[in-house]
Design a binder for this molecule. Structure first.
Ligand code: FES
Ligand SMILES: [Fe+2]
Length: 343
């Protein structure tokens, strides 16, 4: 383990010499589900930055969870008349972060520097998204506009915290060759671990690929099918798994959007949203999915280093199954992972 950690640091140091064109803080990441943000302030974390989120009549406000006066956590305070009140000396901040009241000296002017740091926030797909810097990309789209198609419903069905980086979590979401080993007799046939080649399509926003004729069996063993996945990876950390049953002419589609949010260097909050155009006919869909994710978790959390190495020269890649991962790592080489990788 020590050796791999050492190799990882060396690789990062080497890669750090090249100019990084992008920072993770320039992308939108979800911090919470819309349901998790209400009228009481609550702390969330993104890229090692502690944030406070709360909801008022005008929407969700997200501020750095720090009062400029003496550094208390605003998330311990309360929301009053659309403002957040610091728990320590009662300074009040509006949704732009401006301090609008200092109770100890109400008649004196409020210093211009009395501000909390307000962040860009958007609600979409049932999640609260934050960009810590001016974003260079949109909130990840949903392929084929399923989020705007009235035939489809959407549901945030899982929020999990994993002790790994968002990159490792995302790689796991698009890794098909682990199925026969991590999910034997569920997503993969242990007697047939061979992986057929697939064509990778590079896009400005990421990549996508199609993997047909895959093994699937329900956890209770009562249903099985051959299925086709279309993986759509919107960089950096969103993966869509579009799933159809081979030979099924009914047009039923389920598409799962998986977003790994980099809370800390080695902590990831993973949100999953199901878009579907048919009534749920598998009452065990969520419990089966969580069963499979638990199989993934024990292996993925064991990976060292927890971060994806900054150079493709680290670790070993094989051509067929690792094709999408190699492309992803090439793209990551251009990204400053500050807040996700150790300095
Ligand atoms: S620390 Fe917030 S008001 Fe004093
Ligand atoms: Fe898996």
């Amino acid at each position: 383990m020590a050796d791999t950690a050492k190799r990882g640091k060396k690789g990062r140091a080497k890669a750090a010499k090249g100019a990084k064109r992008m920072r993770l803080s320039q992308f939108w990441h979800p911090i919470a589900t819309s349901e998790e943000v209400g009228g009481r302030p609550r702390r969330f974390t993104l890229l090692d930055e502690d944030l406070v989120a709360f909801r008022t009549d005008t929407g969700v406000t997200v501020l750095k969870d720090l009062c400029i006066h003496r550094g208390a956590a605003l998330s311990l305070g309360e929301v009053r008349d659309g403002c957040i009140v610091c728990p320590y000396h009662g300074w009040e901040y509006d949704r732009t972060g401006a301090c609008v009241r200092i109770p100890a000296q109400p008649d004196r002017p409020i210093p211009a520097a009395a501000r909390a740091i307000a962040h860009r926030v958007e609600e979409r797909h049932g999640l609260v998204w934050v960009a810590l810097e001016e974003p260079i990309a949109d909130i990840p789209h949903v392929p084929e506009g399923l989020d705007r198609d009235p035939a489809f419903t959407s549901e945030v069905f899982s929020v999990l915290e994993w002790a790994t980086s968002a990159g490792r979590s995302t790689e796991n979401s698009m890794d098909v060759s682990h199925f026969p080993f991590v999910h034997p007799d569920l997503l993969g046939d242990p007697d047939h671990p061979e992986q057929a080649s697939y064509e990778l399509h590079a896009e400005e926003w990421g990549q996508w690929f199609r993997v047909p004729d895959q093994f699937w069996r329900s956890v209770d063993g009562t249903a099985n099918a051959r299925i086709t996945y279309v993986y759509t990876h919107v960089y950096p950390f969103t993966m869509h798994l579009h799933v159809t049953e081979d030979g099924d002419a009914s047009g039923r589609v389920i598409s799962v959007m998986v977003i790994a949010s980099p809370t800390r260097a080695r902590e990831t909050r993973v949100f999953r949203i199901a878009f579907r155009n048919y009534a749920e006919n598998n009452p065990n869909f969520v419990s089966d999915y969580l069963h499979i994710l638990e199989q993934d978790r024990r292996v993925v959390e064991s990976i060292r280093p927890e971060e994806i190495p900054a150079s493709l020269k680290e670790e070993l890649h094989i051509r067929v199954p690792d094709r999408s991962s190699i492309a992803y790592r090439r793209w990551l080489e251009q990204v400053d992972m500050q807040g996700v990788l150790e300095p």
